[in-house]
Design a binder for this molecule. Sequence first.
Ligand SMILES: Nc1ncnc2c1ncn2[C@@H]1O[C@H](COP(=O)(O)OP(=O)(O)OP(=O)(O)O)[C@@H](O)[C@H]1O
Ligand SMILES: Nc1ccn([C@H]2C[C@H](O)[C@@H](COP(=O)(O)O)O2)c(=O)n1
Length: 241
Amino acid sequence: MPQDTAPESAPAGPFSGFRLGKSLVVAIDGPSGSGKSSVSREVARRLRAAYLDTGAMYRAVTLHCVAQGIDLEDAAAVEAAARGIELFISTSPDRESVTVGGDDVTAAIREPEVSAAVSAVATTMGARAELIRRQRALIAGAGHRIVAEGRDITTVVAPDAEVRILLTATEEARLRRRGDQLGGTQTDAQLKRQVTDRDARDSTVVDFHQAADGVVTLDSSDLDFEQTVAAVLGIVRTVAH
Ligand SMILES: Nc1ncnc2c1ncn2[C@@H]1O[C@H](COP(=O)(O)OP(=O)(O)OP(=O)(O)O)[C@@H](O)[C@H]1O
Ligand SMILES: Nc1ccn([C@H]2C[C@H](O)[C@@H](COP(=O)(O)O)O2)c(=O)n1
């Protein structure tokens, strides 16, 4: 699977001790709106590491199924779609790009219709197995120097990661953040469907509310974005050195 990774020429940051050779997989899980994607991308930049948004892969399979007229409740068909999909995802933290069959779906996978449907794919175990296999290959392809985030990275995809973090925030904070992110366009009921209800369905197949043994919990409810990035980098410094 093709990919593009963090440029060799990125400026040196405060983590040059991690720079070369040594494996540094930072696995970050958490519920919707906890800040996984935005925080992980920025942490990857500062570590000069690659970045993998595994949720984007579930979204791409969902969009593909809908476009192909595949019934999302037909587990065998969804699994076959996940196995057959020609999926490319950029692992550069500076370039957000997802293509399916060569078509750019970077924006389309963020549409509300995909957010509403994606749990059907995420709860299809055969599709999960295939995407987990691809995620492990992407992590290896990035030279095991990567920040990977999702729901099961600390427990299933990369349980041996050097750093494993569960990024949490109260439901109130997560709903507020998602509302702000969407420019105040969503009603309370719409936000609840996109955050709380989706988490409830997703958590029937994977636990991203309780930290597994050895996973560090970071509660960002009372932290702003920059403080959360700094806290993650502090955990990396403590755990991986
Ligand atoms: N500590 C923070 N304080 C305030 N806002 C934050 C914080 N962390 C992230 N945000 C903002 O909250 C919004 C949601 O963050 P993000 O999309 O990264 O969450 P997520 O956990 O990846 O959600 P999902 O799993 O649903 O994709 C973004 O606008 C982000 O900038
Ligand atoms: N490792 C993962 C990543 C994501 N999912 C599911 C859960 C979400 O409903 C969906 C989209 O993720 P998001 O872009 O909102 O982070 O994919 C999962 O089950 N496991």
